[in-house]
Design a protein around this ligand. Structure first.
Ligand SMILES: *[C@@H]1O[C@H](CO)[C@@H](O)[C@H](O)[C@H]1NC(C)=O
Ligand SMILES: *[C@@H]1O[C@H](CO)[C@@H](O)[C@H](O)[C@H]1NC(C)=O
Ligand SMILES: *[C@@H]1O[C@H](CO)[C@@H](O)[C@H](O)[C@H]1NC(C)=O
Ligand SMILES: *[C@@H]1O[C@H](CO)[C@@H](O)[C@H](O)[C@H]1NC(C)=O
Ligand SMILES: *[C@@H]1O[C@H](CO)[C@@H](O)[C@H](O)[C@H]1NC(C)=O
Length: 453
């Protein structure tokens, strides 16, 4: 994932005209209506993907969309199949996932070295984890199982736990030559927490639970998470994580919510129940007051400054809210009204383009499409809609509850991140880094800049 100043403020594909006619019909009380809406949204998402075309690379979205988002997109397609039974995207999903396995069987393809942060790797790892949980068919033969791919991501990341500064934590970047190597960000640590918690639920192996707890405690100690369960963007290990960039993103809350839900599911403890309740409560900041219970990206949506990455973040909060309701059923009354209102509002503004079903970014405008189009916008609408189908599915499996994906606890273990000889970083990367630095400084100096509570 990268910050890029050039993408800020630019709304994509302005050739598609916004329109108030059309829209995707959605009756939240009718499962066929929900499936139809999801099908239309999924088709719109698929149109952005070109990796299966001759001469293109399976597992890549075209520029300007980074590699990680493609992993996130295939996670969405895996869950689309799970929730609806429609398998029309399974083949491109399998093809892409297998093509991107890369080094150490841990989603570290050499082509992506320049953009490969821990969070980027983890978005593919979480797609593999979902595949194992929903019994997306394993490829078999010599191809690693979905479960073992998630385990490999976990093992490579556990080996990167960095005690040199801040008392621990994962750095954002894996390689020293990438911009952001000194940044310890919440999404990288949150993804690691999420994968560890779900591996614990799947396998019952206590080592994973210990890592999840350790990561949680470190984030709280450093202040990436507040006592009232708000999640901030990150911190700088050059100053021993003594200042925090306080921007809040939907996906940081979501990634922790799902992990906490998995830990509650296995332990049924009061401790994780209280934490999970707190995280759900903390997401209030991402739900509109004007359009009650409708999700929005508070840091950038109203001012039109969400970059290409950020336009997809709501997809993950929605996805993980769906997961949470399934594995911690008592959360349903807290979460379902938000998913219902958000899905209705999202569908209502999917009314642009020639087919009048293209989704924009903002759901809070009472059906007015804001003209921002892309895979992130489509994915967010799809995820919030398919999460309504939770009663159609039996919930994530584990090794003793019907799971079939083969475990390999040593997958990816012992990997040292070898320094790789590399071309000089490009101007574009430097610009990205400059922006990041500015962002961090503003967060630190301003304190309240973009900070929402
Ligand atoms: C790496 O890039 C080459 C050249 O574009 C391409 O043929 C290959 O499929 C890519 N591999 C992966 C894993 O993306
Ligand atoms: C750096 O931060 C860690 C975690 O808060 C703390 O334990 C350690 O003492 C700090 N080191 C210095 C040199 O301040
Ligand atoms: C719920 O959120 C509100 C607003 O952020 C906060 O004041 C309150 O302490 C939270 N309650 C719990 C139980 O975390
Ligand atoms: C844990 O999650 C599974 C689905 O993965 C669900 O069937 C089960 O009821 C949950 N356990 C509890 C105690 O709610
Ligand atoms: C549990 O996971 C750890 C960490 O991956 C691994 O070293 C260990 O062998 C696993 N234990 C079992 C019984 O699978």
């Amino acid at each position: 994932m990268k910050f890029s100043s050039s993408t800020l403020g630019a709304l994509g594909a302005s050739a598609l005209l916004a329109s108030s006619a059309g829209a995707i019909e959605l009756n939240i009380d009718d499962k066929n209506s929900i499936k139809d809406a999801a099908k239309t949204m999924a088709a719109g998402l698929r149109e952005w993907y070109t990796g299966d075309k001759p001469g293109d690379t399976p597992g890549n979205l075209p520029d300007p969309y980074y590699w990680w988002e493609c992993g996130a997109m295939f996670n969405a397609f895996i869950e689309y199949w799970y929730y609806t039974g429609d398998d029309q995207y399974n083949d491109i999903t399998t093809q892409a996932m297998v093509h991107q396995i890369g080094d150490y069987n841990a989603f570290m393809p050499p082509n992506q070295t320049k953009t490969l942060g821990n969070d980027d790797q983890a978005f593919w790892g979480m797609a593999a984890m979902s595949a194992a949980e929903v019994k997306f068919p394993d490829v078999g033969g010599d191809t690693p199982s979905w479960l073992s791919l998630a385990q490999a991501v976990f093992n490579t990341q556990a080996a990167r736990w960095d005690k040199q500064a801040c008392g621990g934590g994962l750095k954002w970047q894996i390689f020293t030559f990438n911009n952001g190597y000194n940044y310890k960000n919440t999404i990288s640590n949150g993804c690691f927490f999420n994968i560890a918690a779900r591996l614990f639920k799947y396998t019952g192996n206590q080592t994973y639970a210990d890592w999840a707890a350790k990561t949680w405690d470190w984030e709280l100690d450093i202040g990436l998470m507040s006592k009232d369960f708000h999640y901030f963007d990150g911190t700088d290990d050059k100053i021993n994580c003594s200042e925090i960039n306080h921007i809040q993103w939907t996906y940081n809350a979501g990634v922790h919510m799902a992990g906490a839900a998995a830990l509650w599911n296995v332990t049924e403890s009061e401790e994780w129940k209280a934490k999970l309740t707190g995280i759900i409560n903390g997401t209030e900041v991402f739900f509109s007051k004007d359009a009650p219970n409708v999700m929005f990206e508070v840091a950038c949506e109203q001012n039109g400054k969400c970059d290409f990455d950020q336009r997809s973040f709501k997809a993950y909060l929605a996805r993980w809210m769906g997961y949470t309701m399934k594995v911690a059923p008592w959360t349903r009354e807290l979460i379902m009204p938000k998913i219902q209102a958000s899905a209705q509002a999202a569908a209502k503004q999917c009314n642009a383009g020639e087919d009048q079903t293209t989704c924009g970014l903002r759901w809070t405008n009472n059906g007015a499409n804001d003209g921002s189009f892309g895979p992130g916008e489509q994915m967010a609408a799809l995820e919030v809609t398919q999460a309504l189908l939770l009663d159609e599915v039996s919930g994530p499996v584990g090794q003793k509850t019907g799971g079939v994906s083969q475990s390999n606890p040593n997958a990816g273990a012992g990997v040292q991140d070898k320094p790789i000889t590399f071309n000089d970083i490009t101007t574009g990367d430097k610009a990205g880094a400059g922006f990041l630095t500015t962002l961090v400084l503003l967060g630190i100096i301003g304190g309240a800049w973009w900070m929402v509570s």
